[in-house]
Write a protein that binds this ligand. Structure first.
Ligand SMILES: [Zn+2]
Ligand SMILES: [Zn+2]
Length: 350
C-alpha cells in the first residue's frame, strides 16, 4: 500500500481459555503464496465465537485469535482476488473466512462449504481480532470506497443468511418464519426480501429485537416469551408457512420450526445452540417436511452478500450495532453472553 509500512509486531486479542482473553503483542503474520496481509479495519463478534469463548467448541483450542467477520485494507501479498482481478496494495476488501482445498470431491462438485479439508479463520486458523490477518487472495472481495469497513464486516453473517434462503429456494409468493432476531435472523429478513419474499414472521423473546426486525422488513412478529410461536404463526398464516428457518438452535425452537410449516414445507436448521435434540420424526414423515441443514455459504452466496452490502441493502446502524476498540473485546464478549449488551452486534475496531 502507498505509504503503509507493515510493523514487525501487532496487537491481537488472544483467547486463552474459558472467560480468559487479553490483548497481546505478537509477530505480524507474513502472507504465504497466493495470500494477502489485510490491515483489519473492523471485525464483528459472532455468536459462534461466544460458545468458543466459553470453551464449548471443540474446534477452538487456546491460545487462539478469533474473529472471522472482517473487512480491511490489503497491505502486502500477491494473487488474484475473488472477482478475478489482480491484488494490489491499498485495496479495500472483505473476505470469506472459510478456507477450502479446491481439490476434494466436494470442492470439485462446487459444494465448497462442505470441503473435506475446510479450515475456518478464527477456529483452525488465526482470525481477525488483530491489527493484521493473512487470508488467501482468492477469498477477498473488493469493497467499494463508500462502504465502511464495519458494513463490509457484515458480508459474512449476511452470506450465511443468503445461503440458507437459497437452499430453501425461497421466492416471492411464499411465507417465511424466521426464528431468532439476532444478527443472523435480521440478515435472514434482508436475504429473503432480496429474493422477493414479502410476508415474513419473526419470533424472538425480546421486544426490542422484534422492533428492529420490523424495521428490517418483518411483517409480523411474535414474542415467544409470552405467546406460542406455532399458534401465532398459524394465526397469521392459517395454512402454515412455506419455509421456517431456525437461527437459534435449541430443541424447543427446532420443534417450533417443524410445527409451523405447511405439509410439504421446508425447515432450514442453522442455529447450533444445542448439539443433539429430539425432533418429531413421524410427524416430519407424514407431513413430508423437507428438513435441511445450512452451513456457512457457497461462493455464490458470499458474492450475493457482498453485492447486497455494496448496495446498502444491509446497513450498520446504531440501533442494532455498535463499534468498540479491540481493547474492549473481553468486556464485549462478557456483555453479549450475559445479555447486558445494549445491541445484538458488536464490531471491534483494531
Ligand atoms: Zn460468523
Ligand atoms: Zn475441498
Amino acid at each position: 500500500m502507498q505509504n503503509h509500512t507493515v510493523p514487525s509486531e501487532m496487537r491481537a486479542l488472544v483467547w486463552l481459555g474459558p472467560h480468559q482473553m487479553e490483548l497481546q503483542t505478537l509477530p505480524t503474520p507474513v502472507p504465504g503464496k497466493h495470500e494477502v496481509l489485510v490491515h483489519v479495519g473492523a471485525v464483528g463478534i459472532c455468536g459462534s465465537e461466544l460458545s468458543g469463548y466459553l470453551g464449548h467448541n471443540s474446534l477452538r483450542v487456546p491460545p487462539l485469535i478469533m474473529g472471522h467477520e472482517a473487512a480491511g485494507t490489503i497491505v502486502a501479498g500477491a494473487g488474484i482476488l475473488a472477482d478475478g482481478t489482480p491484488v494490489h496494495a491499498g485495496q479495500r476488501v472483505t473476505f470469506n473466512p472459510l478456507v477450502t482445498c479446491g481439490t476434494c470431491d466436494r470442492c470439485k462438485a462446487g459444494r465448497v462449504n462442505l470441503c473435506r479439508n475446510r479450515k475456518l479463520l478464527s477456529a483452525s486458523l488465526p482470525g481477525a481480532f488483530a491489527e493484521y490477518v493473512t487470508v488467501p487472495a482468492a477469498l477477498c472481495w473488493h469493497l467499494p470506497e463508500k462502504i465502511s469497513f464495519t458494513a463490509g464486516s457484515l458480508a459474512e453473517p449476511l452470506a450465511c443468511a443468503v445461503h440458507a434462503v437459497e437452499l430453501a429456494q425461497a421466492h416471492s409468493g411464499q411465507n417465511l418464519l424466521v426464528l431468532g432476531a439476532g444478527p443472523i435472523g435480521l440478515c435472514m429478513i434482508a436475504a429473503a426480501k432480496a429474493r422477493g419474499v414479502k410476508h415474513i414472521i419473526v419470533s424472538d423473546i425480546s421486544d426490542a429485537r422484534l422492533e428492529i426486525a420490523k424495521h428490517w422488513g418483518a411483517t409480523h412478529t411474535v414474542n415467544a416469551k409470552i405467546a406460542d410461536t406455532v399458534a401465532a404463526t398459524m394465526a397469521a398464516f392459517p395454512n402454515g408457512v412455506d419455509i421456517a428457518i431456525d437461527a437459534v438452535g435449541t430443541g424447543l425452537v427446532r420443534n417450533q420450526a417443524i410445527k409451523s410449516v405447511m405439509p410439504g414445507g421446508t425447515v432450514v436448521l442453522m442455529g447450533l445452540h444445542e448439539d443433539e435434540t429430539a425432533i418429531p420424526t413421524n410427524y416430519i414423515i407424514r407431513q413430508e417436511i423437507r428438513l435441511m441443514g445450512s452451513f456457512c455459504y457457497s461462493r455464490e452466496a458470499f458474492a450475493t452478500a457482498v453485492d447486497l452490502i455494496s448496495r446498502h441493502v444491509v446497513k450498520a446502524t446504531p440501533d442494532w450495532l455498535i463499534e468498540r476498540p479491540l481493547s474492549d473485546g473481553k468486556m464485549s464478549f462478557e456483555e453479549l453472553l450475559a445479555g447486558t449488551s445494549p445491541v445484538t452486534k458488536i464490531v471491534l475496531i483494531p
